[in-house]
Write a protein that binds this ligand. Structure first.
Ligand SMILES: [Mg+2]
Length: 116
């Protein structure tokens, strides 16, 4: 695994070579590529089981891995540009808020019969 210093140096090289707008545009492009692969996965997951469909799903999962890596790289670059500390503070707040919501949901539904 590469260390954080290597990532940040590379992000600075991207930004100084191509500019922030190019980095924002690339992030939009990569997010749309991941969106497309997730939509394809949901569509093929509903198909009847067959060897052809299983192979297609395997290829789509591989694409999802690649596009997720692309999005995480771009999102990390955006975080580096706008301020990592500020982004992490908002992430912590949103994770804690989501945790509270899911804990309330679990507590509210734990004694209820499961719906199908
Ligand atoms: Mg991509």
């Amino acid at each position: 695994m590469l260390d954080k210093k290597y990532y940040l140096e590379t992000f600075d090289m991207f930004r100084s070579s191509w500019g922030e707008e190019s980095e924002f545009r690339l992030c939009i492009e990569e997010m749309s590529e991941l969106t497309k692969e997730l939509c394809k996965f949901m569509r093929y997951s509903r198909n009847e089981k067959s060897q052809e469909n299983d192979e297609k799903l395997k290829q789509i999962k591989s694409n999802i891995i690649e596009e997720t890596a692309d999005v995480l790289i771009c999102a990390s670059q955006i975080m580096h540009i706008v301020g990592e500390d500020e982004v992490r503070k908002v992430m912590d707040y949103k994770i804690q808020r989501g945790r509270k919501i899911v804990e309330d949901y679990i507590n509210k539904t734990k004694n209820q019969p499961k719906k199908n």
